[in-house]
Design a binder for this molecule. Structure first.
Ligand SMILES: CCCCCCCCCCCCCCCCCC(=O)N[C@@H](Cc1ccccc1)C(=O)O
Ligand SMILES: [Zn+2]
Ligand SMILES: [Zn+2]
Length: 476
């Protein structure tokens, strides 16, 4: 289905089977990568020593990638890496795999094992970056290393872009600009983002794969209130802190509108419908009737709520200079994630109306509109290749559906190179592991990591297809 079946694949698929020695080597390579604290602390605050060490490290664990004549390696912006893997058939449009080597900070508190230990315990490799996103950096290079060791020569060229500052909204622009200057246009891009989701929806026991075909926009908005400072023994009726606190509280208490009806989520739920027991299957198959009910249920859970509206997160608050001084200035930063059915401008208008206090100043620190929706139809090569590989590597997963990524990814810097951007990690994710991303006790099972390598190993080979995806009449 989709890609038209076996006849579209290369005659000699290299089996995705790895020896015991290779399996040990691949998990040890990931552990070593976790051990290098490539932390992005804040704008312009990166651990350059660790990033340089990481560059040396990948050279040492993937020697074949670095010595193969048709794989070109370039260091971009000092610590990012771009690999160009030259295919044998120039008529096939290239694609690109993305991942990032930097991680968010991880103070030791609360972790079962130190976050940069890369320790293996109970079948899991523990540490910051095991899910976000050194697993992908290492799995992509590992899969390529293993393919090259088996004398694989791709037909379709591809790029691997490994950013070093994704966590501070960084410099993928440099790679993107370089490729644009070289006249590169890509068939598609695959980046981090969504997963095979397990346990996010009550009553749905079966896992389902969501390939994100768009991502939400984002606004970082600073609200500021200035008042005259003075002696705290004779305070005014309202201080800058009180005015600002009331404004941000109004924002927190007034959620942005529920956009369920206009979003991709409706499509996703319709695809999931028949996996649910009665009566949920009937309800989800008839959203024209039950839409309002379903959208109310979805917004009750804080994770699924993020799928139906622009979210409002109060993330920073600063005020005050001394215990007995009326504060001259109070500042708060609010991080909005903009629903794909809205624009930054629409959200800012709503915010002004909710705050409704002209003593509160607005400073937009950064803003990006939601990303365009990539195709997911039967002709969409990247989407169909992902789908085909999911079916092969995860045969137990019955549903593969398009969806929205609630976070932002480096792929947003590449819209100049392609209209087909897919955000998908070939890993299971449950609500607990979701909490560990940017949280504590991030870990990946050894088995899941091996499966991620297997997925990429098969995906690269599947991408050598030279035929357009063909339509099929019905889904099972
Ligand atoms: C049909 C029902 C589905 C159930 C939904 C379950 C949702 C599952 C969540 C999937 C995980 C989402 C992980 C998103 C990865 C985004 C990566 C990231 O964290 N990016 C940063 C980028 C950034 C932006 C601005 C400044 C610094 C960094 C982010 O904050 O978005
Ligand atoms: Zn990430
Ligand atoms: Zn992250």
């Amino acid at each position: 289905k989709g890609l038209g079946g076996q006849k579209h694949q290369r005659a000699s698929q290299i089996p995705s089977e790895f020896s015991q020695g290779e399996r040990v080597a691949m998990k040890e390579a990931l552990k070593g990568a976790i051990h290098i604290p490539t932390v992005s602390f804040g704008p312009k605050e990166i651990n350059t020593t660790a990033l340089a060490e990481f560059g040396e490290y990948i050279r040492s664990v993937f020697p074949t990638v670095f010595k193969t004549s048709f794989v070109q390696h370039e260091v971009i912006g000092e610590y990012s890496h771009l690999f160009t893997v030259q295919g044998s058939d120039p008529s096939l449009q290239p694609y690109m795999l993305l991942a990032h080597s930097d991680v968010v900070p991880a103070p030791d508190e609360g972790w079962e094992v130190p976050p940069f230990s890369g320790l293996e315990h109970d079948g899991f490799i523990h540490g910051r970056g095991t899910l976000d996103n050194k697993n992908s950096v290492m799995a992509i290079l590992q899969a390529l290393e293993l393919l090259l060791l088996r004398n694989y020569i791709p037909r379709r060229s591809f790029f691997i872009a490994l950013g070093h500052d994704e966590e501070i909204s960084g410099g993928a622009q440099k790679i993107s600009a370089l490729l644009q200057a070289r006249g590169v246009q890509l068939a598609f891009i695959v980046d981090e983002g969504n997963f095979i989701l397990d346990g996010f929806i009550p009553n749905l026991k079966k896992p389902f794969a969501i390939i994100a075909v768009t991502e939400k926009g984002a606004i970082n908005l600073m609200l500021q209130v200035n008042t005259t400072p003075g002696h705290s023994s004779a305070p005014p009726k309202e201080t800058s802190i009180g005015i600002l606190a009331a404004a941000v509280s109004r924002l927190e208490q007034t959620p942005m509108p529920n956009m369920f009806g206009s979003g991709l989520l409706k499509m996703t739920l319709q695809e999931l419908a028949h996996e649910f027991p009665f009566p949920t299957n009937i309800i989800l198959s008839n959203l024209w009737l039950f839409g309002p009910l379903v959208s109310r249920l979805i917004e009750r859970n804080y994770i699924t709520n993020a799928l139906v509206r622009t979210t409002t997160a109060l993330t920073m608050f600063n005020a005050g200079v001394k215990v007995n001084v009326i504060p001259p200035v109070a500042q708060a930063i609010i991080n909005f994630r903009v629903d794909p059915a809205q624009t930054v401008q629409e959200v800012l208008e709503l915010v002004k109306n909710i705050v409704a206090d002209n003593r509160v100043q607005f400073h937009v620190l950064s803003a990006i509109d939601p990303l365009p929706v990539s195709p997911s139809d039967h002709q969409a090569l990247g989407y169909q290749l992902l789908r085909q590989t999911i079916r092969s590597v995860f045969p137990e997963v019955n549903i593969v559906a398009p969806g929205v990524c609630i976070g932002n990814t480096d792929s947003r810097h590449y819209t100049n190179l392609t209209t087909s951007i897919y955000r998908f990690n070939p890993l299971y994710l449950n609500p607990q592991s979701f909490q560990s991303i940017h949280g504590i006790n991030e870990k990946i099972s050894v088995r899941a990591y091996e499966t991620q390598v297997k997925f990429i190993f098969e995906f690269i080979q599947n991408a050598d297809t030279d035929q357009e995806p063909v339509p099929h009449l019905h889904e099972l």
